[in-house]
Design a protein around this ligand. Structure first.
Ligand code: HEC
Length: 125
């Protein structure tokens, strides 16, 4: 039972990470390299216990959470202690974090490659 659920979870989390959110994270990083500290707050600055989705804009975190919940067809409480989202007491949250982390690492590697090719096309100065 649990095993099959987790195959589903990992599939949905993978889809979620590949779509959208990582692109947003990359955009946030891109902004930072343009030499300005003005920009959207990142999730790690706004929330208490962010270990993986640190670089995404803070205002993307809740939509991302809603997307995960909708994808899995579960409530926030599937992963979270009600009223204490920062707590890691629930096993599904820990498992989800590990999977999000793996996908995030893979995508960051892809983006590093993409970013390098962008540099070639930057105008001088
Ligand atoms: C499949 C599991 C899962 C579901 C369902 C889920 N979350 Fe999360 N949530 C996580 C994980 C994992 C993190 C930590 C992310 C990290 O470490 O980068 C997190 C972090 C958060 C945080 C940041 C807490 C802090 O202060 O550190 C908030 C707020 C949050 N979730 C809200 C929600 C809401 C609202 C919902 C329902 C719409 C929801 N989550 C559904 C897994 C889940």
């Amino acid at each position: 039972m649990m095993g099959r659920n987790w195959v589903l979870v990992s599939g949905a989390v993978a889809v979620f990470i590949i779509s959208g959110i990582v692109v947003n994270g990359a955009r946030a990083r891109g902004g930072a390299t343009q030499g300005t500290t003005v920009g959207p707050k990142t999730a790690v600055q706004q929330f208490k216990n962010i270990q993986v989705l640190k670089d995404i804009p803070a205002d993307q975190l809740i939509p991302a959470m809603q997307f995960i919940s909708a994808s899995l067809g579960v409530e926030c409480e599937f992963c979270h202690v009600e009223g204490a989202f920062e707590k890691d007491d629930k096993k599904p949250k820990q498992t989800a974090r590990v999977m999000v982390g793996m996908m995030f690492t893979i995508n960051q590697d892809n983006f590093r490659r993409a970013a390098r090719s962008d540099v070639l096309f930057l105008p001088p100065g």
